[in-house]
Design a protein around this ligand. Structure first.
Ligand SMILES: C[S@@+](CC[C@H](N)C(=O)[O-])C[C@H]1O[C@@H](n2cnc3c(N)ncnc32)[C@H](O)[C@@H]1O
Length: 447
């Protein structure tokens, strides 16, 4: 299923990559599960048997049992492949090579390459990434990356919906007994877990597995509770079992302080009947994702003021108005439904790029379809002019070089605010309700 177009796999390249040995971008074709560090001897990849796309090269990895404990050797017999390297700490090994960790990231289908590129880029800014990268599977809804001693910061990743430290891949789950190999893989993990999340890719194929995960969840959870591995403590790591298809599973853990708190990384919203457009869900999700409960109460209060650029037909305006916030809605298009002639809404048919408020407002919200650089410049001007204190805005993505375009747009805002001497907090995410776009929250903070 994740191999919709199995031949069309793409290798992740990082623009800032240091020159690599020729051919090191060519990776085993067999993720989930197969990956090697560049510092490992080439034997790993060169001994890979040709295997089906999407299937782990069990033999190749099992060929080195001495590096894996007895428990894991048993797992390998069941096609459970540990992707954990022996060194758990981030120290270079005595032979000068680096330890290797694998990460599983969920993303919007179609953005796997951007997701992997961004994560590897974040790691590379800390220190060189020596690991070869697993292939990207287009439209799969997830990406795998291999890094060394670096850490990944979920909040700083735009395309990742979820960040999971990958521990095992199970490449052939027997249909009659999925429980045994999964329990064996879990048995090899240290510590206990605060939650168990069974997840599937956010694709049409993935959705067909949801009925299975719903049935399987209580079985696995009961087994883990009986073994004392699951306890009710939200501070403990969450255990994720991800099913890319019905015959394989990836097991991993997420840190509750460095990941999304929503299953599958999706903060679902229900469509309010009175809102005039589905776009309202984007702003509802942005408020949920970017602001914690106390910030929502503090920063979105009745009596505050907002400007909505590109407001028609009024879905974003509706989110503000329902919180008692007075909105100036700027758009040549019509405001519709409850947002047309609402006492809290002043509709101005003007160009959002030329509009200047008579008085500073608390919020700027902006959903105009324009080049990211142009919107970024506008946002920088609003903050530099002191016209607003907080903003939520969309940046529409170009077809190509998305990571570079976003770096430039967000970098432009940062430089402008830093030049003005402002303290600020800026967070950007491709939300579940975002399509070819991302959403950004920007707020001025006290020194
Ligand atoms: C995606 S829609 C906005 C939907 C809106 N956020 C909602 O929730 O209903 C984009 C809007 O931006 C407006 N727009 C595009 N360029 C604009 C400009 N230069 N000035 C004002 N509005 C603009 C369009 O007229 C369109 O209504």
């Amino acid at each position: 299923m994740q191999t919709k177009n199995p031949k069309k796999k793409v290798s992740v390249k990082d623009n800032a990559a240091k020159p690599r040995r020729a051919g090191t971008q060519t990776i085993q074709k067999t993720i989930p599960g197969g990956a090697s560090a560049r510092d490992d001897k080439p034997r790993r990849s060169s001994t890979q048997p040709a295997s089906k796309p999407g299937k782990a090269p069990v033999k190749a990895i099992a060929a080195k049992p001495r590096r894996i404990g007895t428990k894991l050797s048993r797992l390998l017999e069941l096609n459970v492949v540990a992707v954990k390297t022996p060194a758990r700490t981030a120290k270079p090994r005595s032979d000068g090579t680096a330890s290797l960790t694998h990460w599983l990231l969920y993303c919007r289908p179609g953005f796997e390459k951007d997701c992997a590129q961004e994560a590897v880029g974040q790691a590379r800014r800390q220190q060189p990434v020596l690991a070869e990268q697993p292939d990207v599977i287009p439209d799969s809804g997830y990406a795998l990356v291999a890094i060394n001693e670096q850490t990944l910061d979920y909040r700083e990743l735009i395309f990742a919906r979820q960040l999971i430290r990958l521990h095992h891949t199970i490449d052939t789950l027997p249909e009659r007994d999925r429980l045994t190999p999964i329990l064996l893989a879990i048995a090899a993990l240290p510590g206990n877990f605060g939650a168990l999340w069974l997840e599937v890719p956010d694709t049409n194929d993935g959705k067909t597995l949801s009925a299975f995960t719903r049935r399987f969840q209580p079985l696995l959870e009961t087994a883990l509770r009986e073994r004392g591995r699951m306890v009710d403590d939200i501070k403990l790591p969450r255990l994720h079992i991800f099913f890319p298809d019905k015959s394989s599973a990836l097991t991993g853990t997420s840190d509750p302080y460095n990941s999304s708190s929503s299953i599958m990384g999706i903060a679902r919203q229900s469509m309010p009947a009175e809102a005039p457009s589905r776009s309202t869900l984007k702003l509802a999700e942005a408020i949920d994702v970017f602001l914690d409960k106390s910030e929502q109460t503090r920063l979105l209060r009745s009596g505050m003021t907002a400007v909505d650029l590109g407001a028609a037909p009024g879905g974003w305006t509706w989110q503000m108005v329902r919180r008692g916030i007075r909105v100036t809605a700027v758009d040549n298009g019509d405001m519709k439904g409850t947002m047309d002639k609402n006492p809290l809404v002043e509709h101005l048919r003007q160009d959002g790029f030329k509009y200047a408020p008579r008085k500073a407002v608390d919020w700027l919200i902006c959903d105009m379809v324009e080049k990211p650089a142009k919107v970024a410049e506008l946002i920088g001007n609003w903050f530099a002019s002191g016209w607003c204190r907080h903003a939520i805005f969309n940046l529409k993505l170009p077809m190509k070089q998305r990571v570079a375009a976003l770096d430039a747009a967000l970098g432009g805002i940062r430089s402008r605010l830093e030049m003005e001497g402002f303290s600020y907090k800026m967070t950007a995410k491709q939300l579940y309700h975002d399509r070819e776009e991302i959403t950004v929250f920007l707020t001025r903070t006290k020194h």
